[in-house]
Ligand binder design. Structure first.
Ligand code: GLU
Length: 181
């Protein structure tokens, strides 16, 4: 089982997320990643293996990063690789995901037919693609996430960051735990 940790509204977001990922290491995982929002810019880092490998490639603590979301992955769709590690990104949207999107193949086919390109083998990559498309069609971030939930089959916990609204993180779940504090 993988883990998700997010923090928003604090100059300590990067450290909170990294420490949280290390606390979740006991759950078992094959790779780790983090998205950092800094003045509307998205930075994504991923590493195969332990969270310490991710720490090694991160820039030192930056207090201008006030929003971060991280993930430890246990691969279900696609090899354990840096490319398949989360977060997955489409436009300004970064997503981490625990679980399985059972109907990802039909969602992916629809999105590809609409011209959207995928770069990973994961079911997860359909999530930022759906959210981003709904936003470009005029939905708010919240509505776009609700639209994803309405279309997705399966059990999941998901964290969503949008660099257009960096002071907001959205979490949503079905049949999988997710805590907000
Ligand atoms: N199904 C997703 C993947 O293979 C998430 C796996 C997980 O829960 O870590 O990337």
């Amino acid at each position: 089982m993988c883990g998700i940790v997010g923090a928003v509204g604090t100059p300590n977001a990067q450290n909170i997320v990294l420490n949280g990922l290390q606390k979740l290491e006991y759950r078992g995982y094959d790779s780790a990643g983090i998205a950092l929002a800094n003045s509307g810019t998205l930075h994504v880092f991923k590493a195969v293996g332990k969270v310490t490998n991710l720490k090694d490639i991160l820039p030192s603590h930056d207090s201008s990063v006030t929003s971060a979301v991280g993930h430890t992955r246990w691969a279900t769709h696609g090899a354990p690789s840096e490319n398949n590690a989360h977060p997955h990104v489409q436009g300004s949207i970064a997503v981490v995901h625990n679980g399985i999107i059972e109907n990802y193949q039909s969602l992916r086919n629809d999105l590809q037919a609409a011209g959207i390109t995928f770069i990973s083998e994961t079911d997860t990559e359909t999530i930022p693609a759906l959210i981003h498309r709904a936003k470009t069609e005029g939905k708010t971030l919240r509505e776009a996430v609700q639209n994803f939930v309405a279309q997705a089959k399966g059990a999941f916990a998901v964290g969503v960051m949008d660099t257009e609204t960096p002071n907001t993180l959205i979490g949503t779940r079905r049949g999988a735990p997710l805590c907000i504090g």
